[in-house]
Every structure is written in structure tokens, then in C-alpha cells.
Write a protein that binds this ligand. Structure first.
Ligand SMILES: [Zn+2]
Length: 464
């Protein structure tokens, strides 16, 4: 077996790894690189391998840093199926389209500048049509249902408890007469978080490719999240400002809505209007409503009580651009939950631009912010941030609830691998993390008993 690390190697976005077994190239994830525009532009366009040489693709979950470059892959010659869970397929269909629109919008911005400079214009990474063609390659498979991809190679998806449809990928294979098991985590979810079931424990792993996003950090207890959210909502009710929550459309948005729903039902927060202002978030919430097979027992209990997890009286999912714009004219207190998660595109940029200079407002960070993103600069409380090219003073308050994370932290990941049987693992590869997290977490995995722990560099190949 051979593993080639193409993306999310010593970085956090662009997840893509090729596992070669019995001469077959299996691509795990095909995520979008996010970050500095020029670098992302290059990396997203140039695959390290010819897509037509890939025999099959397995997708862990629908987040863009894991799935967002699939349309480029298909556009450049990938002809095979893309296996994933049912909910992931539903989510990807809407997310590919949305991402295409962002790519087109982004390139128009770049091209306006280039046109003025008399430079050659760029094409978008992919179009809506490319996105639709790519979605046709998605092949949904239920959780816990093993399926054969080639002779002597069988795959099974297990619930990863990270976002709806997220999966751990288990590959059982026989090579040169010996049977081995490889596990690719995609992103590792957390136990006891709302809506989703707990991550499924996989035993007898020989080779492991694991994410490391929060490998050097500990989240506050998840039980405190509701109380922390209540505190921030109370603050905004007092200042009568606007609480702006940049949240990933898939996962974080539904998590926040679910908790606000609970706080509202229990009479714990003032009855302020709450808006989910992102067409993608609304569409993603439809997928969350549909896939009840992914809900945990507490989410199901909502229905038993005659209520709905993602809908309540004061909550509104905006539809038109006009309605989104009208939120500017409204006075607080109010809550606007908008995409994108790292504040790089979408309606959130308009809300930030309109509200970031007013000290009555609060920007609530609820997710991971990669380096070189606007979200990161806000989370770092920079004095000034650039939005749409205009420098603006950051006067709004910035709060953070890191326990809302959908990623397991160091302690949770170690606990998970302990249950899997860490000492059985011959080779572990730490990917999807910034350098500090990778260094720290790889050391913890060694201490946990894993024999060979590696931090692969981009393009690095390991043969076992
Ligand atoms: Zn993810």
C-alpha cells in the first residue's frame, strides 16, 4: 500500500489523499484550499495527479475543505463514482452549486482588476454546470453497510458525529496475502453534542490517517455552550445591538439554531428576532430536517414534544436579497446567523461591513478560523479589518464560544483512539492541522502507543 498526501498536509484546508492498494488509486476527499487568494487559486487548479488516473473516490463529509474541489476533479477528467453517505450526497448537491457561484463571483472581482491592468482574464474554478455534472457522480451508501470497490478492497462508512452525514472511512483490504485495515477520519466529531449521534468506535486499525485541527487544544465542556450562548444573547438584549454570528452553513448553523430554540422555549432569552440569512444555510437545514436517521435521541425527542428542532416562532430563514438587505434597516436587539464560516464570502460580509464599527454590536465566533481569513483577523481582535477592500475599524465586541466546535479536541481524540485500541496502529498520519497542533498531537499519539506517527508534507509518499 502507498499513501500520497496531496492536501491538508501541514495545513488545514484542501483535504486530499491518495491510497494506492493493489495498483488501484483511491482518492480520499477532494477539498478546496482556502486562504490567501493567489495560493488558493494555484492549488485548487493544479492537481498533483492526473484525475483520470484515479480509480475511485471516497468522500468523508460535505464541508468544502473536504469536498469543494470535486467539480474541478470531474471537470479535469475523473470519470468514476464518488461514494459517500446519503446525507453527504444531499448536502454536496447544494454546496457544489453554491461554491460555483462564489467562484464565479470571486473571479469577476479579480478580472475587473486585471481588465484595468490590461492583463489576461481568468476563468472561474468551475461553473454551476460543472457543479451539477459533478453531483451526478455522487453514489450514496448508508452507514455501517460494507461495500466492495475492487477485488480484495471493501469500504464501510461509520458515523463520525461531526456534521450531518459525516463519516469515518474504513477500508479493509488484502494485499500480498495479508489483511489490513485503514481508517481515514475525515473530521472527528464529538460525543454528546446536540442533534448528532456519537462517533462510532472502529477497532483493529492498522493504518490511520487522522485530522489534527484541535490536536493541541481543549474545548470547554460542551455542557457550558448553552449557558455561554445565553450570556451573549443577554448582552445583545441589553445593548439593543445586533449579534452577528458567522457560521458554517452546514453543522454550526443548525447547532446554534437548535440551542437558541431550546433557550427560547425555556424562556431563558429575551424574545428577540433571529434570522438565518444564507440561502445555503436554509437549504442545508432542509437536509438536516430530512435525514432523521442521523439524529440523536434528544433531537428525536423534540418531535415527540410536538416541536421541531430547526423551527420556532421567533426564527426566520430569509429568502430574497431584498429581505437580507432589509435587516440593515432594522434596529436591534436581533440575531443574524449568516455564512460563510470563515467570513470569506457571502452575505456575512455585508453584515460585518454594516455592523463591525458599532460597539453595541457583537460578533460571535463559533467555529474554527483558518489563518489568513477575515474570520481569523476578527477573532484576533485586530484594530482594523479590510472588508470588500475597505479598511474598517473593528469596534464591535468580539466573543468566542469554542465549545461549539464540531471537531473533537486533543483530549476527545485521544479518548476516541484509546477506545479504538491505539497500540494496534502500525502507522498513523496526522493531517489537517496547523504546525503546532500537528507537532503536539503526533507526540500525544506516540505516547498513546501508536508505533509510527508521521506528519506528511504536501506531495510526500509513504509505502508500507
Ligand atoms: Zn468538517
Amino acid at each position: 500500500m502507498k499513501i500520497t498526501f496531496h492536501g491538508a498536509a501541514r495545513e488545514v484546508t484542501g483535504s486530499a489523499h491518495i491510497v494506492t492498494i493493489n495498483g488501484k488509486n483511491i482518492l480520499l476527499d477532494c477539498g478546496l484550499f482556502q486562504g490567501k487568494r493567489k495560493e488558493a487559486f494555484e492549488k485548487n487548479r493544479n492537481f498533483l495527479v492526473d484525475p483520470s488516473k484515479i480509480d475511485v473516490m471516497l468522500l468523508s463529509h460535505a464541508h468544502m475543505d473536504h469536498s469543494g474541489n470535486i467539480p474541478t476533479l470531474v471537470k479535469n477528467g475523473y470519470k468514476g463514482k464518488i461514494f459517500c453517505t446519503d446525507a453527504t450526497a444531499d448536502l454536496c448537491e447544494i454546496m457544489f452549486q453554491d461554491c460555483a457561484r462564489i467562484q464565479i463571483h470571486d473571479i469577476e472581482f479579480v478580472n475587473r482588476k486585471r481588465a484595468k491592468q490590461g492583463k489576461k482574464l481568468f476563468e472561474p474554478l468551475y461553473t454551476v454546470e460543472d457543479a451539477n455534472i459533478a453531483a451526478k457522480h455522487l453514489a450514496p451508501i448508508p452507514y455501517s453497510a460494507p461495500f466492495k470497490i475492487f477485488d480484495n478492497i471493501e469500504v464501510c462508512f461509520h458515523d463520525a458525529g461531526h456534521i450531518m452525514g459525516s463519516a469515518f472511512t474504513e477500508i479493509n483490504f488484502k494485499e500480498n496475502g495479508s489483511a489490513k485495515k485503514l481508517m481515514f477520519t475525515g473530521d472527528i466529531g464529538r460525543r454528546d453534542i446536540p442533534i448528532l449521534k456519537d462517533p462510532v468506535v472502529i477497532k483493529d486499525i492498522d493504518y490511520l490517517i487522522t485530522e489534527s485541527t484541535y490536536g493541541d487544544r481543549r474545548h470547554p465542556p460542551a455542557a457550558n455552550v448553552k449557558a455561554a450562548l445565553k450570556e451573549v444573547v443577554d448582552k445583545i438584549c441589553a445593548t439593543k445591538g445586533k449579534l452577528i454570528i458567522p457560521a458554517f452553513s452546514v453543522g454550526r448553523t443548525q447547532y446554534v439554531v437548535y440551542l437558541l430554540n431550546k433557550l427560547y422555549a425555556e424562556g431563558q432569552i429575551c424574545p428577540l428576532p433571529i434570522f438565518v440569512d444564507s440561502p445555503l444555510s436554509s437549504a442545508a437545514t432542509d437536509v438536516y430536517r430530512k435525514h432523521r436517521e442521523c439524529w440523536d435521541s434528544a433531537a428525536v425527542e423534540f418531535l415527540i414534544d410536538g416541536r421541531k428542532p430547526f423551527d420556532f416562532e421567533n426564527l426566520r430563514y430569509t429568502e430574497s436579497v431584498e429581505e437580507s438587505k432589509s435587516l440593515n434597516e432594522m434596529s436591534g436587539p436581533m440575531i443574524i446567523i449568516s455564512a460563510s464560516g470563515m467570513c470569506e464570502a457571502g452575505r456575512i460580509l455585508h453584515h460585518l461591513k454594516n455592523n463591525i464599527t458599532d460597539p453595541r454590536n457583537i460578533i460571535l465566533i463559533v467555529g474554527y478560523m483558518a489563518e489568513n481569513t477575515l474570520g481569523r483577523r476578527i477573532a484576533e481582535h485586530r484594530k482594523e479589518v479590510k472588508i470588500f477592500g475597505t479598511p474598517l475599524p473593528l469596534r464591535a465586541q468580539v466573543e468566542e464560544i469554542s465549545a461549539l466546535s464540531a471537531h473533537a479536541d486533543e483530549f476527545e481524540m485521544l479518548d476516541y483512539f484509546d477506545k479504538c485500541g491505539a497500540s494496534h496502529i502500525e502507522h498513523a498520519f496526522c493531517v489537517h492541522g496547523e504546525q503546532n497542533a500537528l507537532d503536539f498531537f503526533s507526540e500525544r499519539l506516540r505516547e498513546a502507543g501508536m508505533k509510527n506517527v508521521h506528519i506528511p508534507s504536501p506531495g510526500e509518499v509513504f509505502e508500507m
